[in-house]
Write a protein that binds this ligand. Structure first.
Ligand code: MN
Length: 193
């Protein structure tokens, strides 16, 4: 199996000013491409040959294969969840109802998620995910971690590695995280729940 780059559903400058073209060029074009290339060079000849990225993330021991598979999975979910012009500003349907049930309100969910993203020390990700009963969870994952590893289904992920925002926001991670909500494509995110 060859692991591939996700195709961006928007132009590389389309997410400005939330995410600049320069950041997309580096983050998607260089960082993600490197994770994909690394995974393709590391997996052949190992027990993970022929496994999907999700299967590798769920089962690989800590190390290079897990790190690169995690980042391929994370960034695929990340880059496909944005739109320059989202059709709606919050989730509706099953996901919208579950957010109200598990966090009280959409606004409260966002502030809990922002707090998780802000409190993450070092490089990592904030995730919204669902367990087998459909209950929603907000988790912090260090480095290339993904909730798949804990048996959860990832729904929405914000990348808080500095490479995701430093060109545009420098040290202002909170401002970047706050701005990301404007480009979340809830139609895509709803389908993951
Ligand atoms: Mn990243």
């Amino acid at each position: 199996m060859t692991y591939e780059m996700p195709k961006l559903p928007y132009a590389t400058n389309a997410l400005e000013p939330v995410i600049s073209q320069q950041t997309i060029d580096f983050h998607y074009g260089k960082h993600l491409q490197a994770y994909v290339n690394n995974l393709n060079s590391m997996v052949p000849g190992t027990e993970f040959e022929g496994k999907t990225v999700e299967q590798i993330v769920a089962s690989a021991p800590d190390g290079g294969i897990f790190n690169n598979a995690g980042q391929v999975l994370n960034h695929t979910l990340y880059f496909l969840q944005f739109s320059p012009k989202p059709a709606k500003s919050e989730p509706l349907g099953k996901l919208g109802e579950a957010i109200k049930r598990d966090f009280g309100s959409f606004e409260n969910f966002k502030s809990e998620f922002n707090a998780a993203a802000g409190a993450l020390f070092g490089s990592g990700w904030a995730w919204l995910s669902a367990d087998k009963e459909g209950k929603l969870h907000i988790t912090k994952e260090a480095n290339g971690g993904n909730p798949v590893r804990a048996g959860l289904k990832p729904i929405l992920g914000f990348d808080v590695w500095e490479h995701a925002y430093y060109l545009d926001y420098q040290n202002r991670r909170a401002d970047h995280v706050k701005a990301l909500w404007d480009i979340v494509d809830w139609d895509v995110v709803e389908t993951r729940y």
